[in-house]
Ligand binder design. Structure first.
Ligand SMILES: [Zn+2]
Length: 364
């Protein structure tokens, strides 16, 4: 009896292994494309096409270069008001700060596409772009994205997060000083030791990708920012003083945002500074930007399929990115509009304006 069970198990493992090997030999990048993911080159071409087709309402700007010299590009989107930008609210949407999180970039580009293509057609989109300019930065970690795509998603768990210099970019932002921080560090808090999964880098903003983003945020003083990551169906938000304008803006992500989602994401308020070096608390403290992290999609079962087990791409990305864009794009646009209403489009006062020094103010 046991012999038969072992034999059957052996055959199952062999079939699983052989199918996996064949999938691997077919070339995994082709498999990523088949699921609907764009390669970094295709994603870039998509931005170019949007600018070419809708020059009246969007344009590409290069905000800096990655460690390996790849351009970090954003799409600035703003209806009629693109011509005279003064006095309009600025909003930010980002994705792909962790190299493997392709679904975040997918959703960020879907937001950009919806805004550009529906301006003048859809009432909500038109309202939003008449009142605000939306800057979409869909690919913040282009070096890791290129490396991971080339390898078909086969990388270590650290390689899935890092930039080219082995730094976790979402731990490389200036740490907000908190005199009365309670509760200690979280398990995923920034680490000072190189090689750690959450390595913060030699000093805050040591990484060109983070420095470029910080400069953009300093220039534009965004009212709100939505940063797409994966996975878990969660919205993480930084702590803000209760009753403050920042709190009202963040509250939009604890109810109103979810009311436009089919699969509603759980809202979680992070303990102050328990993680350290993340983008959200930095943007809120330095510039008064109500910034949230949206963890797109649920844990993928696709991993159990042959050829996928142990592949980091399929740990972090769902098989159906378009489904998740459908779940999140409209909710994001509605939430950005609701945030403008919640704060009467007023700038939220930063609590630590000295946290970021503009480059020209720094001694040479
Ligand atoms: Zn992430």
């Amino acid at each position: 009896m046991i012999g038969w069970a072992c034999l059957l198990l052996g055959v199952a493992v062999a079939v699983w292994g052989i199918t996996g090997l064949r999938a691997w030999r077919r070339g995994i990048p082709a498999e990523l494309s088949a699921a609907g993911y764009a390669s970094p080159t295709e994603a870039d071409a998509e931005l170019d096409a949007l600018q070419r087709t809708y020059p009246e309402c969007c344009r590409i700007e290069e905000i800096g270069r990655s460690g390996e010299g790849r351009p970090i590009r954003v799409l600035r989107i703003g209806g009629e008001s693109m011509r005279g930008r003064s006095g309009r609210a600025m909003l930010l949407v980002t994705g792909h700060i962790h190299g493997v999180e392709y679904v975040g970039a997918h959703v960020a580009r879907a937001v950009a596409r919806r805004l550009v293509e529906e301006y003048g057609r859809d009432q909500k989109v038109t309202d939003l772009l008449d009142r605000a300019e939306v800057v979409v930065a869909p690919l913040l970690n282009p070096d890791a994205a290129a490396r991971i795509w080339q390898r078909g998603g086969w990388t270590s768990i650290r390689g899935a997060r890092y930039n080219a210099r082995a730094v976790d970019l979402n731990r490389n932002f200036p740490v907000v000083p908190m005199p009365s921080a309670k509760g200690g560090r979280a398990w995923n808090s920034a680490r000072a030791r190189p090689g750690s999964l959450f390595y913060a880098g030699p000093h805050p903003l040591s990484e060109p990708e983070c420095s470029a983003l910080a400069q953009l945020c300093w220039r534009e003083r965004f009212r709100a920012a939505v940063n797409f990551h994966s996975f878990g169906c969660v919205v993480y938000m930084p702590q803000a003083p209760s009753g403050s304008a920042a709190q009202r803006a963040l509250d939009v992500f604890d109810g109103p945002f979810q009311s436009h989602q089919q699969r509603r994401y759980r809202a979680v308020r992070e303990r102050a500074n328990a993680i350290r070096g993340q983008l959200d608390p930095f943007l809120l403290a330095a510039f008064g930007t109500a910034s949230v992290t949206v963890e797109v999609s649920q844990p993928p079962w696709s991993l159990l399929r042959p050829g996928r087990f142990g592949n980091m791409f399929w740990v972090w990305n769902p098989l159906d990115p378009e489904h998740w864009a459908g779940n999140d794009v409209d909710a994001t646009i509605q939430a950005l509009l609701a945030q403008l209403d919640a704060t009467d489009a007023q700038i939220i006062s930063p609590t630590n304006p000295g946290l970021y020094e503009a480059p020209e103010a720094r001694p040479a």
